[in-house]
Structures are given as structure tokens and as C-alpha cells.
Design a protein around this ligand. Sequence first.
Ligand SMILES: CN1c2c(nc(N)[nH]c2=O)NC[C@@H]1CNc1ccc(C(=O)N[C@@H](CCC(=O)N[C@@H](CCC(=O)N[C@@H](CCC(=O)O)C(=O)O)C(=O)O)C(=O)O)cc1
Ligand SMILES: N[C@@H](CCS)C(=O)O
Ligand SMILES: [Zn+2]
Length: 777
Amino acid sequence: MIKTHIAGYPRIGAQRELKFALEKHWRGEISQRELLDTATALRLAHWQTQIDQGLDFITVGDFSLYDHVADHIALFGCIPPRFRHEEGSPLDNYFHMVRGKRPKASQCACHADTFALEMTKWFDTNYHYMVPEFDDETRFNLHAEALLDQLAQAKLLQHPIKITLIGPITLLLLGKSKQPDFEPLNLLDALVDQYTTLLGQLKQAGAQWVQLDEPVLGLDLPASTLALFDSTYNSLKRGGLPILLGTYFSELEGHISQACKLPVDGLHLDCVRGLKDLPAVLDWLPNYKVLSLGLVDGRNIWKTDLEQALKHVTAAFDSGKNEVWLSSNCSLLHCPYTLADDTGVLPAVRNWLSGAIEKLGEIELLKQAANALLHGKALSTETATALARHQAAVAERHSSNWVHKPAVKARVKATEGLSFSRQSPFKVRRAVQQQRFNLPAFPTTTIGSFPQTADIRALRKRLKAGLIDQNAYDTEIRNAIADCIQKQEVLGLDVLVHGEPERNDMVEFFGERLDGFAFSANGWVQSYGSRCVKPPILYGDVSRPAPMTVDTSVFAQSLSKRPVKGMLTGPVTILQWSFVRDDQARSETAKQIALAIADEVIDLECAGIGMIQIDEPAYREGLPLRKKDQAAYLDWATLAFRISACGVKDETQIHTHMCYAEFNDILPNIAAMDADVITIETSRSDMELLRGFGEFSYPNDIGPGVYDIHSPRVPAVGELVRLMQKAAEVIDPAQLWINPDCGLKTRGWPETLEALHVMMQAAKTLRTLHQNVKLCA
Ligand SMILES: CN1c2c(nc(N)[nH]c2=O)NC[C@@H]1CNc1ccc(C(=O)N[C@@H](CCC(=O)N[C@@H](CCC(=O)N[C@@H](CCC(=O)O)C(=O)O)C(=O)O)C(=O)O)cc1
Ligand SMILES: N[C@@H](CCS)C(=O)O
Ligand SMILES: [Zn+2]
């Protein structure tokens, strides 16, 4: 028997309805009721689409107003004490937990300025989840009302229901221990009790199945953790609801037999990332269990090769399996709603693509084709035509002239064996650069973007709608740059930026200017909360038809005597935050992008730009989940950065920037990138992240972020001085720069100016405290 389902659906809304409703609610423009009505309407629409496309189950539990991990914190009642208030609705307190809060003058002490939960990347995706906090005071207290309400809504559609939840072991491992020696897994028994009760309630309320996702099974796990799965799932059985164990994002290698033997009713396998596991799973998984094959890629947008997928379905039945489910490998959260009619995408490329709705159609088409094959029946004419048309599009992409550019391939080939080093070692470059720029101790700078105001976004919208012409747009952008430069001069920053007002997004902007990329008009994907990105579609060999940033940089530099950094996004980040090719190695694509960025770097240098920042915030995120694959990645990712950066003279200062990551385990590779200056996110770890840089004797200059840009909170001078003093304990002060954690695009101007003013005061204090800093080795 074949059944179809998905691991989860995008939730922001086909027209970003949830984003706009959330932001209106936060601005006080709509009530909680209106926000919840929007959410209900979206869920009903999503379930109806799944039914219309023929899926055998609708998936409930994947929707969230902000983040699904935060929802589990609310569901199991493990909200950290600082967010538990007597006053305010549960939803107010939920938003408080995920967004933080500044106290209103009139509010009581329980509303003190509280930091939101930390946010971090969901495995190796560009989605951010809210990090649960655990300590020995953590208690669980089931609050299933919201989930049961959703189940009741779904039941109105009279279609079988599968609930989806994060499994208890993954949930604990995603969290952070708030005490030095406390292990979140100590809480497992208590949490499993709550899960078991919940599963019982869900069964009673009419759910047919639950999918419990344990993507950590695809990570390198200690034997002690692996050992917990058996007893955990034995307990969960008591809930009485059939369990599908969900795995995705990685191969199960090493854990396959255990995953197959767990006391659950079915196993879901990621057949995109973990296809290698399939033969072993077919051997090990008992035939009475359901095997769910995740054959449609939820993290990319290419049409699935259904003929290939069909072979895997056949192999499953040939191995004796009785019940095979067809699905996406992971939640469709990571892809846009639809690309079928997106007018932004080049028509030649559009036919190769599949958004969430189209992926539901693929799963259904696969089911029909597999059923016909298994029962020895001919396909209906309609299915045969749809399948033939689908496969023709898949084949066309692989052989298209749009994809393959011999000159680009030849240029990459010519780089083989080259090491791509700067002309001189850092110490020599540093002296030459200090002579050129004459910077003070603790130079001050920012990461690149300044507030992307509603006015700037509205301006771009007017350009797109044809309401203003390119000249009018360029003039306004230049005004914004001039204003930004002037504000930085007034603040007294040492190294300026142009502020990035012309960029819709730091990756999409470059995608729009490079050959080999297509972009969509409405292909939005949730990044965190109400924030979305529109990843460009990297479909072919990459080259740079013309300079991309030189005019803007030259203009910005013409407005100041201080250095203004040229601002580029690095090859690994462009790769990581785009929908990328699946027909060639990522390392190959990265080299192509690196060569295009290298051309831009040289053009900037030739135009007189003395400092160039090549941002690589996704360098760490691209690290494969399994240790065995990491060294190879780090080698090519570092090489890609060096290809883009190393063509310049010693006197040109190369900066890079990284955020959202633990860096300590990859320090040798970061050092090998050999950027003259690296700015990193550190303030939220109280500079602890920097300790590793000190222990490793990181050789080049470092700007540890001194304040968190995710919050409107303005720090105090003393706080920043303390953080920098902490940094100076582990790093030679002569190596230290002062800057915020990351770009300021999501902030408003008032708090930005206030916070930077505080940062400048802190720099002054530090220069007094460290008068003897020797700036040049
Ligand atoms: C640094 N980060 C980034 C990541 N990934 C990227 N691809 N880019 C990143 O910068 N990953 C890690 C982090 C994630 N952080 C963020 C932070 C902020 C956003 C964000 O603000 N997103 C915006 C959309 C940005 C954008 O593309 N803007 C466009 C179009 C804007 C738009 O929606 N226009 C409206 C009209 C608006 C108006 O005021 O009238 C419209 O077209 O209808 C632009 O500026 O032109 C967001 O709003 O979600 C994302 C990730
Ligand atoms: N230059 C970018 C980097 C963000 S990670 C910015 O400032 O927004
Ligand atoms: Zn950043």
C-alpha cells in the first residue's frame, strides 16, 4: 500500500500574510484575535491544498506564529522564569520570549528589560530557531490547548490527520544548558512523561499518526545518547498513537540498525541527503513497519527526477515492505509556496522548478506512477502526459546551454593546483596598511548595513512597479548613502561603510547581478519570525558580466577622507543562501562564484577602494553535519574565500565578517582565510567565543562584536568597556577593533545612532586605558 504525506508546510503565507499580520499586531494596528484569525485561515488553506493535491494525510503541528521550537517550549511549559508574568496573555508572553522586550515606563519590575531567547541556525539551514534553556530547575507542564485547537480545526476537513512534533531527544539537544555541569538530557524522563500524555490526548482527539522528528539521529552521537532512544520510544508507545520516527538532513550512517529496530510503527528516511542508507534500511526495517521515503527535496527547488524516485519505491516493495509512504525529505518550510507562475523567474528556468505546491503534486504523481507499476496497470493518459512533461523538464535542465558555459568551466579548471596566497605575510601587510590608513588603537567600524527604512523599501517597490525610473531611484539611493556617510562622520567612526541601502538582501543583490542566477518575484522563505529571504536560484555556471558595486563604492568614498569599506558577500555565503545546483559539486560552484567576486575585488582596488569586506556569515553554517565530511568542506570553503580575496596588493586591507556561529572548532580554517581583519558576533556569549581565538593565538586583527544588533536595546558605555577589557585579556589589544555584532539593517535610526555613540565613548575610554598599545608589529 502507498500513502502520501509531508513533513511540514511553509507557514508565512503565499503572500506573506502571516508576516504582515504579525508586524501589524506588534505595532498595535491589529488585535490578537485578528492575528489568530489570519493564522487559522492560513492553516485551513494549507491543509486544503494538501487535500486538493491528493495527499493521504494532512499534517498538523507544523504551523507556528513565530518558531516551531518556541512552540514546543510553550507546549511543554518549560518557559524560562524571566518570561513568566502574571499579567499579559499567553501570546503576549510568547512574543516576549521570542522577541525580548523593553520595559514601558509605567510597568512593574517583572517587565524589566529581558533578553529574548537566543536564536540559532536550524541544523545546516538558513532558518533560525529559538534556543530552549534548561537547568536543574526546569519543570515541564503540558499546555496542549493550542495544538488540540488546531487538531479540532483540521478535523473539520474530514481527512486523516498526522501530527508532527520534534522528538524529545532532539528537543533537549537543541537546547542550551544554563548551568555549567547540567546536562539537558537529565530531563528526558520528565519530558517523555509529558510527551506520552500528549500523544494519548492527540489520539483521543482524533489524530491517526504522529511523526516525531529526531534529526539528531543524523549527527555524530555518543553511545550514551544513542542508548536513550530505545527506552524513550518504549515509553512513548504508551500514548497509543502510531509513531513515525522522522529523520532528515543527514545520513543515518552508524545508527541505521538502531533506527530500524526502535519500538515505533514507521521510519521516515531522507532520500535526498541519506539515499546511501536506503539499501541497509530495506534490509533492517521489519516489513510490518511503515517505510516513509522522503524523495522530494524540501530544501531545494528543482523538479524531482520522478523516474529515479520510482526506482527507489520499487526497491522498497521488492524488499518485502508492505506499506510505503511517499513524502518530502524534510519540511517544505525551506522552499517557497509556488514558483509555477512566478513572473520574476526567467521563463526558460521556471519550467525546471518546483515550489511547495508543485512538490505536493510531484508526490501525488509519484504515487500514481508507483501504483500503476506495482499493480501492472497502464498509467492513465492524464498521468502519463503529466509524467512525460515533468521528466522532459528535468532532462532539459541537465543538457541546457543556459546551464553549461565552457569558458567558466575552463577558468575554474585553470585554478587547479594554485594556492591563492596574498603577496606578503600578514605582519608585512599590516605595517604597509597602517602606514596607509594611520588608524588609532581600537579602530571603530560597523559591519555594513545601516537601517533599511520603510522609505527605502517603498522606494524599491515604486521602482519595481514602474512608478519611478532608474535615475530617480539612483538619486534617492545616493542621498541615502550621503546621509549615512555624514552620520558616521559625525559619530567619528574610523572606518566607514556606505550602508547598503541599494541592497534588497546581501545575497539576492549579487544573484541579480551575476550570470547563472535567476531570481523570483515572490519566492519568499521564512528566515526567522516574520523575517523572510528570497534566495536566488543558482541554475548555471556563474560569471560576472559587469562590475556590481564599484560605482556605489567610489561614490561613497568620494564623500569622505576616511576609508569607506567596499562591501561584498563572499562565495560560500552566496552559495549557502541560494538554491543551488544539484548537478555539480558545491565546491565547483563555490569556485565559480569566488572567481566572479575576485574580479569585483580587483575592480574595487583599481578604483581606489583601500578596504574591502567580503562577508562570510554562512561559512560555519555550510559545515557538513557529520564530522567525517567537515575537513573537505573547510578546505574548499577556505580556498573559495582566498580565491576571491588574494588578488590585491599588500596595501589593500581585506576584511571579513562572520556571525551566528560557534567558531572555536574551525579556528585554524578561519586563520587560513587570512583576512586582515575579521569582525565576529561575540557579545551574546559575553566574549567567551573570543577565548578560543586567544588560545589559538589567532594572528590577524579581530573586531569582536560589542553589542547585539538583534535588539533595540542601547547598551551602556561601561558594559562595552567591560566586554572589550575581557577581550583584551585574551587577545593582544593591538589586534582589536570595535564594532557591533552584525549589520544594522533591521534596526531603526534612533537606537542605531544612540548605540554607536555609546560604542564611540567606549572606544575613547579604552584608548585611555591602553595608551601604550603598539599598533604595528
Ligand atoms: C544576515 N541574515 C541573512 C540571511 N540570509 C540572507 N539571504 N540574507 C541575510 O541578510 N540569513 C541570516 C540572517 C537572517 N537575517 C535576516 C534579517 C532581516 C531580514 C529581512 O529583513 N527580510 C526582509 C526582506 C528583505 C528584502 O528582501 N527586502 C526587499 C523587499 C522588501 C519587501 O517586502 N517589500 C514590500 C514593500 C515594503 C514597503 O515598505 O513598502 C513589497 O515588496 O511588498 C527590498 O528591500 O527591496 C523582510 O521583510 O522579511 C531577513 C533575514
Ligand atoms: N554586511 C552585512 C553582513 C550581515 S551578516 C550587513 O551589514 O548586513
Ligand atoms: Zn552578520
